[in-house]
Design a protein around this ligand. Structure first.
Ligand code: PHE
Length: 361
């Protein structure tokens, strides 16, 4: 039986109506298959064209194609409406209510090492220092040689170094201090330089005050005029801000590091009376960091003209100041990943102390 114009009109009406009624992308796909698929209704109708005489076939064929195009256009338009609606619904369903308070049951804790690093960085940032970084796996040149510690230098023995297999012919180590970041910064950055570099350091050592992995923060200032007075002022300011003790006394004791000249170790005032450690002006001293004026030989090895540029460097542990400030007795506990310890000594997120809101949170 041949299709008539009426059949085509009816089919067009039905199909357009079902396109309009499709209320989901799946339902719409169903309509598409029913209308335009291989066994679809328009396709079936097209197959009846063969039985018409040539004039009627041309006429009917053109109309069928027009209907087919019209249905296809309607499907596309409906699809974009349904897709938009689906996206809007998803956005509404997945919306995050940012005004909700933090869930109190499980806030998690900030590890005292992270907390202390953040506090230290915040204080140095106020003084205009930027943060620099270097790799934990370091080559021997950055960790030792460029810092004026040549092979066979006795200072290498003091570092209890973890040695690694050579890489590209270069001896490799786990960095024993953050001082190689001084070298990397001087080689790479433009002058003047004012950076602090916090990070992990490694030495083969283990007891109540030593762990094979610990953290340090390095400082480096290089320009044409920075001198020992600036070094002292900067570290006095830092220690008083970090420990939150305005009149904390500091003692600069002459010392030796191959990469600084002159070198000093810094002690802070304390009391050990009755076995209890208290910070302040009590006549006793506690060593806290190493520092000095960057050795001209180090500047030269990093490609800096030592007749024009000079500056200071310092390096300090992160965990010891944390133990002192927050009363944590054993260094090893920092790295045992005991959740009970973290719950006791850790810090609540969003209650982070800062110079602006008070260091005691
Ligand atoms: N790198 C030294 C250490 O780990 C500390 C230090 C850094 C001393 C910078 C002087 C200057 O002991």
């Amino acid at each position: 039986m041949n299709a008539t114009m009426d059949d085509l009109d009816r089919l067009r009406g039905e199909l357009l109506a079902s396109v309009d009624q499709a209320d989901s992308p799946d339902a719409l796909e169903q309509v598409r298959v029913t209308a335009l698929g291989k066994k679809g209704r328009i396709t079936a109708l097209m197959k009846t064209l063969g039985g018409l005489d040539p004039d009627a076939r041309r006429d009917m064929g053109q109309r069928m194609n027009a209907v087919k195009d019209e249905i296809a256009a309607a499907l596309t338009a409906r699809k974009s409406v349904l897709d938009d609606a689906a996206l809007t619904a998803r956005l509404a369903a997945e919306r995050v209510d940012v005004t909700l308070p933090v869930r109190p049951e499980k806030p998690g804790r900030i590890h005292p090492t992270s907390q202390t690093m953040d506090e230290m960085i915040a204080i140095f940032a106020e003084m205009g220092f930027e943060v620099a970084e270097g790799p934990d796996i370091e080559d021997d040149w950055h960790n030792f040689t460029a810092l004026n510690i040549p092979p066979e230098h006795p200072a290498r023995q003091m570092h209890d170094t973890f040695y690694l297999p050579d890489h590209d012919g270069a001896p490799m180590v786990l960095r024993t201090h953050t001082s190689p970041v001084q070298v990397r910064t001087m080689v790479q950055q433009k002058l003047p330089i004012r950076i602090v570099a916090p990070g992990r350091t490694y030495r083969s050592d283990y007891d109540m005050t030593h762990t094979p992995m610990f953290h340090q923060i390095e400082g480096l200032v290089i320009d044409e005029s920075t001198h020992m007075g600036h070094l002292k002022g900067c570290l006095v300011e830092f220690c008083r801000a970090y420990f939150d003790i305005d009149d904390l006394p500091l003692r600069f004791r002459p010392s030796f590091f191959p990469f600084t000249e002159p070198s000093a170790e810094v002690d802070i005032g304390c009391s050990r009376k009755g076995g209890e450690l208290k910070l302040g002006n009590y006549g006793d001293w506690l060593e806290i960091l190493g520092c000095g004026m960057v050795h001209p030989r180090v500047l030269e090895m990093c490609g800096i003209d030592s007749s024009r540029y000079q500056g200071f460097a310092f390096g300090m542990g992160i965990e010891r100041p944390a133990m002192l400030k927050y009363g944590i007795p054993d260094l090893r506990t920092f790295f045992e990943a005991d959740l009970r310890w973290l719950k006791h000594y850790g810090f609540v997120p969003l209650a982070v102390p800062s110079p602006a809101f008070g260091l005691n949170g």
